[in-house]
Structure formats: C-alpha cells, structure tokens
Write a protein that binds this ligand. Structure first.
Ligand code: THU
Length: 162
C-alpha cells in the first residue's frame, strides 16, 4: 500500500479590475445573467456564462421548481444550452457568480458536484482544460485552471469500455 496526494493551485484576485479583459467581460456577463434566475425558493440567484471557441457567450441561471429536485443549476442550464447551440465546439472558459435576496454573498461560489461532473464531461470530450472563474456578489474572485482540478479522480466515458 502507498498513499498518493493530489494538490492543485488556483488564482485569487481581489477585484474584477485585476482580471484579463476577456475574463472580466465573461464574469460581467455572468453577473448580468444572475438577474433572470428563477429562484423563488432559495432566493439564491446564480449566473453562469460560457465562452465558446468562436467567441460567442452562452448564459444560464438557476431555474428552480416547486418539486425541488426538478430545478437546475445555472452552470448546467448554460453548458447544456451551449452544447445544444454549438454541438462539438470547444468551451474556452466558464464564469459563475451568485447573489442572494437575503444577504450579501461574500465568498466565491463553487459549482456543486453534479455541475462539476457535467462540466467534466465537456472537458474530457474536448481534451483541453476549461478554466472556471468563481465569484460571490462581492469579495475575492477565484480562477481554477481546469474542472479536473476541482473534481479529482473523475468518472468519465473511459470507464464504460474495456
Ligand atoms: N445553484 C446553482 O445554480 N449553482 C451552484 O453552483 C450552486 C447552487 C442553485 C441551485 C438552487 O437553485 C440554488 O442555487 C440553491 O441551492
């Protein structure tokens, strides 16, 4: 038996101004997308923006449901829509941000496990890393270089064949 360790580095920015103009613009689009979230149950409004290889940006926001598990997170709304509009096209980056009607979200919001799995599928398919930008309403911004970093030992299609 031996132990193995997985470590990863990520970048932390103090403000939007510190980001590259491409990252800042993507995050600003995600901020704008928060407004149209349908989140009457949690009051937690998440916006996501997916930058495609052709420069187009596809947005999403969380869509809740009275039958709670039937709702969908902003990230999956956005990336599934990107797959539907631009099938087979690589994703260059994703930005995620959240606000609440009840309090100020001060920490960078990280995608849930289901969303990491879904984004991981696209990352594995395109065989290139998808950087993820994370932000709350205020506070520091985190940039992860790849979904694989935040979903170590990920499941994928390779497990479904010999
Ligand atoms: N939510 C997202 O849209 N993305 C995340 O990364 C975390 C959670 C949504 C799901 C639900 O509508 C609300 O936030 C509270 O969990």
């Amino acid at each position: 038996m031996h132990k193995q360790k997985i470590a990863f580095e990520f970048s932390v920015f103090d403000s939007l101004e510190e980001l590259s103009s491409e990252d800042r613009s993507l995050l600003q689009t995600a901020i704008a997308a928060r407004k149209n979230a349908y989140a009457p149950y949690s009051n937690f409004q998440v916006g996501a923006a997916v930058l495609m290889e052709n420069g187009k940006v596809v947005i999403g926001n969380n869509q809740e449901n009275a039958c709670y598990p039937s709702g969908l997170c902003a990230e999956r709304v956005a990336i599934f829509q990107a797959g539907a509009i631009y099938p087979g096209m690589a994703v260059k980056a994703i930005a995620i941000t959240a606000t609440s009607k009840d309090y100020v979200v001060k920490e960078a919001v990280a995608p849930c496990g289901n969303c990491r799995q879904v984004i991981s599928e696209y990352e594995q398919k395109q065989e290139s890393p998808i950087p993820i930008l994370l932000m709350g309403e205020v506070g520091k911004i985190i940039k992860c270089d790849a979904v694989a970093d935040i979903l170590p030992l990920a499941f994928g299609s390779s497990f479904l064949k010999e």
